[in-house]
Design a protein around this ligand. Structure first.
Ligand code: BYC
Length: 315
């Protein structure tokens, strides 16, 4: 082992951060680019199911809240692309890979938001799952990712609360509103469990990512934490989670629950989920429609640089 590699191993063993200029193994860099890019793409694609409801929000208050949340998600995507750029890739390249389906985004965003109750349930379950998964990433061994996650998690916890507050209003509303919340929960529960990734025995990356301090818990550990956190919240809402075998296990001090349909998960990952084609086509169209903005910004930057060079030459 050479001195650089030994230094890397010591830094990881001491639970300190690796920074962009530090030497790192090629596979560590590759894993981080894969995970951070996938995370950034998820934030950007994740704007679509909710963005779909901005024009149909039932009141000005709900519209303002939803607009702010979707804008936060764009911001999270930007922090994450910036973190990925510190590893030597650029955003343009990552966007191309997303559009060409060469990089992934979270399976959850391939499901449609069919009613306004989905806005509350996405906040409650999807952002709730995201928080469980992402809080440990604030201690990730790669500095720029860990720091981006601190800010993102603060905002995610607001997102989760806005969803829960909307659901509280709905469950105290009419019978139809209560039914909408139940119906939406029934649809989003299983895809939310899938957000944590495959079961540990089928997760090729977990062991190495944990050894490197990128992941701090396994997929199954975080999924269990999410189930245990969510059950009392469902009870408080008066909503039933759609799993007849969900119950407290005194011995394990945790809930037993049914696994989601892992064949469905694989199908969604391989591109045949309900909205895969629609989500990518929309993202591709937005990228193409934004070409003139990128060209104009590039031309402006060139003009500024030329002006600065002229001023320097005169001085
Ligand atoms: N969806 O070995 P594994 C948000 C892939 S955004 C799609 O366990 P790993 C929000 C995995 O990539 C939420 N693919 O992998 C935004 C791997 O394939 P590749 C996004 C998945 O990386 C807007 C293969 O399956 N959060 O919260 O150790 C509005 C084997 O898996 C999924 C993040 O990205 C999935 N669910 O663990 C509202 C968090 N699961 O790449 C909310 C950061 C697995 O080898 N990411 N795969 O071809 C992570 O924590 C980890 O990457 C994962 C997967 C736990 C997701």
């Amino acid at each position: 082992m050479d001195a650089l590699e030994a230094r890397f191993e010591e830094t990881i063993a001491a639970d300190q951060r690796i920074e962009p200029r530090d030497w790192m193994p090629v596979a560590y860099r590759r894993t981080l680019i894969r995970q951070i890019a996938q995370h950034a793409h998820s934030e950007i694609i994740g704007m679509q199911p909710e963005g779909n409801w901005i024009l149909r929000a039932p009141s000005l208050r709900r519209k303002a809240i939803l607009l702010a949340k979707v804008q936060d998600e764009a911001g999270h995507g930007m922090y994450l692309y910036a973190a990925a750029e510190t590893l030597g890739v650029d955003r343009e390249e990552l966007t191309e890979k997303l559009i060409e389906s060469k990089q992934r985004y979270s399976s959850i965003f391939n499901y449609p938001a069919l009613s306004f109750a989905d806005i509350g349930v996405i906040g409650w379950l999807v952002d709730g799952a995201a928080i469980c998964n992402q809080v440990p990433l604030c201690r990730c061994s790669y500095g720029p990712y860990a720091r981006a996650m601190i800010r993102i998690c603060k905002e995610e916890s607001f997102h989760q609360r806005q969803g829960y507050e909307l659901l509280l209003a709905m469950v105290h509303g009419t019978d139809t509103q209560r039914e909408m919340v139940q119906e939406s929960t029934n649809r989003w529960w299983w895809p939310s469990l899938m957000m944590f990734g495959p079961p540990d025995g089928d997760s090729p990356n977990t062991q190495q990512s944990m050894a490197w301090g990128i992941k701090r818990h396994t997929n199954d550990e975080l999924r269990q934490r999410f189930v245990d956190m969510t059950v009392p919240q469902a009870t408080a809402l008066g909503i039933t989670l759609p799993d007849p075998d969900l119950r407290w296990n005194e011995e394990r001090q945790a809930h037993d629950y049914t696994q989601p349909d892992w064949d469905e998960f694989k199908a969604v990952l391989s591109g045949s989920g309900p909205c895969n084609a629609q989500r990518l086509a929309h993202r591709r169209r937005a990228h193409e429609n934004g070409a003139w903005v990128r060209e104009a910004a590039g031309a402006y930057a060139e003009k500024q640089a030329a002006r600065a060079a002229r001023t320097e030459a005169v001085a």
